[in-house]
Design a protein around this ligand. Structure first.
Ligand SMILES: Cc1cc2nc3c(=O)[nH]c(=O)nc-3n(C[C@H](O)[C@H](O)[C@H](O)COP(=O)(O)OP(=O)(O)OC[C@H]3O[C@@H](n4cnc5c(N)ncnc54)[C@H](O)[C@@H]3O)c2cc1C
Length: 467
């Protein structure tokens, strides 16, 4: 007897039954009630129908799922937090190896380390580590998965102080394409650790990741100051010059967006263009206050919410704006220098935004980010800013216009953009752009590593290093 899990793949019932019985977790098929919820990822623009979703309960399930996919010649999508913008964590007709139930975290406060399973979100991770006043650079939205985030690099509020998340990755357990579990650390399989620090999900499935932690908070100076959108050129011009002199403890972001109908913004501003400068000071809040005073001196903000708050509150401050299911598309670039012309172009693109959900971000890079280079595969650390242009709409309606706007906005900033980009913010890049993002030497070294751990490219739904 056979089961048509999709039109594209027919399984022997016995084969499937044997696979299912061998799992401690759950096998979800298209005919199951749980299927539609289980196949949905954060980015609603990717409506895919996998043949199977293996919701793994532990390492043994992951090994089994990899063996099964390989022997059945199935496409493999790996899901940690499900936040892939290009939709790499789902597929049509293949198997999703879903780690979202694997959320254990063990903190060692004395050593200042934490070992977290590959399905954790930043909310899971921060919850456990902040109980000891510890943290590592995490995502700006707490529902993002730690695994995909870390393996691609990891930029967040602590990066200028403690480095990218991948710089703090000390070790990992990885199920490789042959279904075996490999441990990697600086002493054991160190080349694999190098590759996991920025090379993405190319080399296998990280079932657990060990991080170095740092004393952070629990209270710190953090939050946004909002200015009227018609001041975009003035505010961005100030921002570009101001950040140059900032210490590593202060990480900031400029966000050109539309005021949401939120109670913390005056009703008169709702629906109007605004510029938010968001800052996090990873140190004594009073030192932070002195440092952000020049920003405050710009005067006449629409709202000033930059104040002392728990680190975990800052980590989830943006969650309500970035709920799952909406359609999203992102363009990203490294920016060398924000010229006056680039600032004017940005302000013009901000005025032309077709939806209140689409926005432009400039993350201020630098600080500790520039110091991790030799031990990781992460690409370009030397740019002053990371640009993100996000096209977003609640559903398919109007999404195309927002995508076109994002493309044109990225194009308008091409004169100040480098060729490559941060891999976690890229769409489906293609070999050339990926090579440019890593640089030739790193890219070639990643290809060699890929040939060693995944010569048949089983793990190819990612920013793919082709073997
Ligand atoms: C709302 C939102 C906010 C974001 N904010 C930030 C931010 O502040 N900073 C930043 O740097 N990035 C940010 N990102 C981008 C984010 O880093 C990537 O989307 C990342 O891939 C998400 O990881 P995930 O585990 O949730 O992804 P998933 O969609 O689950 O996986 C994406 C890919 O990562 C790989 N992967 C996932 N889990 C594993 C695993 N256990 N082992 C091996 N490979 C795995 C696979 O290749 C997979 O295809 C954000 C994305 C979103 C949608």
């Amino acid at each position: 007897m056979t089961t048509a899990a999709t039109t594209s793949h027919v399984f022997g019932e016995a084969t499937l039954g044997e696979f299912e019985q061998g799992l401690r977790g759950q096998l979800i098929r298209p005919e199951d009630d749980a299927y539609d919820e289980a196949r949905a990822i954060w980015n609603g623009a990717h409506d895919r129908r996998p043949a199977l979703i293996a919701r793994c309960a532990g390492v043994a399930d992951v090994m089994r799922a990899v063996d099964f996919a390989r022997s059945e010649n199935l496409l493999v999508a790996v899901r940690g937090g499900g936040h892939s913008l290009p939709g790499f964590s789902t597929c049509d007709g293949g198997v999703v190896v879903d780690l979202s139930s694997m959320t254990g975290v063990r903190v060692d406060p004395a050593r200042r380390t934490a070992i977290a399973e590959g399905g954790c979100t930043w909310a899971d991770f921060d919850h456990e580590t902040q109980a000891f006043g510890l943290a590592v650079t995490g995502g700006l939205v707490s529902t993002t998965g730690i695994a995909g985030f870390t393996l691609g690099g990891g930029i967040g509020w602590l990066m200028r102080k403690v480095g990218l998340t991948c710089d703090n990755l000390l070790a990992a357990d990885v199920v490789t394409a042959d279904g075996q579990l490999v441990h990697t650390s600086v002493d054991e399989n160190p080349e694999l650790l190098w590759g996991l620090r920025g090379g993405g999900g190319n080399f296998g499935i990280a079932t657990s990741l060990e991080f170095r932690l740092h004393p952070i908070g629990p209270m710190l100076l953090a939050g946004p100051i909002f200015f009227a959108g018609d001041r975009a050129e003035e505010v961005l011009g100030f921002y570009r010059d101001w950040v140059r002199g900032l210490p590593d403890e202060l990480t900031t972001l400029a966000n050109l967006t539309t005021a949401p109908p939120a109670p913390f913004l005056p009703a008169a501003a709702h629906g109007k263009p605004i510029v938010a400068i968001v800052a996090v000071y990873a140190g004594d809040p009073e030192h932070g206050r002195a440092l952000v005073q020049p920003l405050r001196n710009l005067g006449d903000p629409i709202a000033d919410l930059l104040d002392v708050m728990p680190y975990t509150a800052m980590q989830s401050l943006l969650d309500a704006l970035w709920t799952r299911g909406a359609h999203n598309y992102m363009r990203s670039a490294y920016i060398d220098h924000l010229t006056d012309e680039a600032i004017a172009a940005t302000a013009a693109r901000h005025r032309a935004v077709p939806s209140p959900h689409s926005e432009i971000h400039f993350h201020h890079f630098g600080g500790a980010v520039t110091r991790g280079a030799e031990n990781s595969a992460f690409g370009d650390r030397s740019a002053q800013f990371v640009l993100n242009v996000i096209a977003r709409s609640p559903d398919a309606e109007g999404f195309g216009a927002n995508v076109a706007w994002a493309r044109e906005t990225a194009q308008a900033l091409e004169p100040v953009s480098r060729d490559g980009a941060y891999v976690n913010f890229m769409g489906d890049a293609g070999d050339e752009r990926l090579r440019a993002s890593y640089g030739d030497a790193t890219y070639d070294r990643l290809v060699a590593l890929k040939r060693r751990y995944d010569p048949d490219n089983l793990f190819r739904l990612n920013q793919n290093i082709t073997p």
